[in-house]
Design a protein around this ligand. Structure first.
Ligand code: C2O
Ligand code: CU
Length: 487
């Protein structure tokens, strides 16, 4: 069954849902995996690395027949991989060459709220917005995407997505596979629904909707690509860049692989598994071992988190994603160290404040996002514990700007290994209680909020989002857009 099918759903409202589908054995793997170009920085004032990012419309050929109208960054679809080191002063000059206002948000980045690229930092057509900040966090696979309130799903779906890789010395010293495009491979995984003229089906703006679920899986902009493996160990940087679809990654021969990093950076030690699920916005770095001459597919399997998907059917699809073709001889000069990074250390820290967040029906704690309402303020440098629950039958996850958090507990018990590293986005299985500990940065501004929200983009657009500010000593919550006067 091809094409996206519109399924009405009594209590759910209408939603787009791909017909149940099994693509295993049906993909030709006739396109080499595109590797997003590395952005080349210029040098700005104070030695800043300046990345020039032009948002532009274009046409992209995904399949036979007409090209698809898309948006891209410095190209027609997706954007370059930005790379910076911890300690670098970075400036991203975002030039909006589109016909409408949008933004670019640096997902997972610790930075001042005014540089965050959220709904309060939109860029009008023809204008350039140039946020500047010092990268100050461990090596990690971060990413960027639009964040204009009410249209994040639409703008992201059209193609404005790229990776932002942070490097640091400690990680470089590990001898993990790290040759970009050779043995360190980004995989931006997105689903897309095409209409009869090869154009993207757009998310349907209906309350309670999941938005769009596509039945074609696009990896770095290609459907059904293959990758030529030349090394025994390969690091994959996986991004679930879909608006709503979950993936449960595994290989066609069920081989085991090692999870080495989550959203915010390295785990303390590698975790071996044969399955790894990512909800929208989450990233993972895994290291896979290959044998000379073999072929194996990366696939998405029916999810063990089915309970989180509520009563929605159609997520049990099996999708082949990418084929790995190993050369007859493989070089072997990298390793999988037994110890990687430092484990998150927020458990046991004094907690300044606890808060609860209940996600249901496009609301958080019963309230819909309002651009001019700051929901609360937190104190710079303090640790808070946020307890988050998914209170209805839909799929939700939870993302917080500015911080990487530690999952302290899930329903009172220790989190599973994939939740033991730094996270900025976490899947909320229905009915379970997630206790998240986070320490807020010193980027204080009582008038410019950071966001927290569900990263199913239709939910976010429909209002499942709130705003907080980080306050310095003696500061009180201000008002959105008011000027900040230091005393
Ligand atoms: Cu990936 Cu608030 O966003
Ligand atoms: Cu949601």
């Amino acid at each position: 069954i091809g094409g996206a099918a519109a399924l009405g759903g009594g209590g759910f409202g209408a939603y787009w849902l791909a017909a149940k589908r099994d693509t295993v054995g049906k993909i030709a793997f006739d396109r080499a995996l595109p590797i997003p170009a590395l952005a080349t920085p210029g040098t700005g004032a104070a030695g800043a690395k300046v990345f020039t990012l032009g948002l532009q419309p274009g046409e992209t050929r995904f399949k036979d027949g007409p090209a698809t109208r898309t948006w891209g960054v410095n190209g027609t679809y997706l954007g370059p991989t930005i790379r910076a080191r911890r300690g670098d002063l970075v400036e991203c000059a975002v030039r909006n060459g589109l016909d409408r206002e949008t933004s670019l948000h640096w997902h997972g980045m610790r930075l001042p709220a005014a540089m965050d690229g959220g709904p309060h930092q939109t860029v009008r057509p023809g204008e350039t917005w140039a946020p500047k900040w010092t990268v100050d966090q461990p090596a990690a696979t971060l990413w960027y995407h639009p964040h204009v309130h009410g249209a994040t799903g639409d703008h992201t779906y059209r193609g404005l997505t790229g990776l932002f890789i942070v490097d640091d010395d400690a990680t470089d010293a590990l001898n993990l596979p790290s040759r970009y495009g050779v043995d360190d491979i980004p995989l931006i995984v997105q689903d897309r629904a095409f209409d009869g003229a090869n154009q993207f089906e757009q998310p349907v703006p209906l309350g309670g909707s999941l938005g769009v679920i596509g039945d074609e899986i696009v990896i770095n902009g290609a459907i059904g690509p293959y990758f030529d493996v030349t090394t025994r160990l390969v690091r994959l940087r996986l991004l679930n860049g879909s608006n709503a679809r979950m993936y449960n990654f595994g290989f066609s021969d069920d081989r085991r692989f090692a999870l080495v990093a989550t959203d915010g950076g390295l785990l303390a030690t590698p975790w071996e598994t044969d399955r790894l699920s990512l909800s929208p916005g989450e990233r993972a770095e895994v290291v896979v071992a290959f044998t000379a001459g073999e072929r194996v597919e990366l696939r998405s399997y029916p999810s063990a988190n089915g309970g989180a998907l509520g009563r929605l059917d159609g997520f049990d699809d099996r999708f082949d994603l990418c084929q790995f073709r190993a050369a007859g001889a493989l070089s072997d000069d990298t390793e999988l160290p037994a110890v990687l990074g430092a484990a998150p250390d927020l458990a046991g820290q004094p907690v300044a404040r606890e808060r609860t967040f209940a996600l249901a029906s496009d609301r958080i704690n019963g309230q819909a996002m309002a651009m001019d309402r700051i929901d609360f303020g937190v104190r710079e440098g303090t640790v808070e514990v946020w307890e988050v629950t998914n209170d209805n039958g839909f799929l939700h996850n939870f993302h917080v700007h500015d911080v990487q958090f530690q999952v302290l507990a899930v329903d009172g018990g220790p989190p599973e290994p994939p939740l033991r590293g730094w996270k900025d986005t976490v899947l909320l299985v229905q009915g379970k209680r997630y206790r998240l500990a986070m320490r807020f940065s010193g980027h204080t501004d009582p008038n410019t909020p950071y966001m927290y929200h569900c990263h199913l983009l239709q939910h976010e657009d429909d209002g499942m989002m709130g705003q907080f500010v980080v306050l310095g000593e003696g500061e009180e919550v201000g008002a959105v857009g008011r000027k900040h006067h230091h005393s």
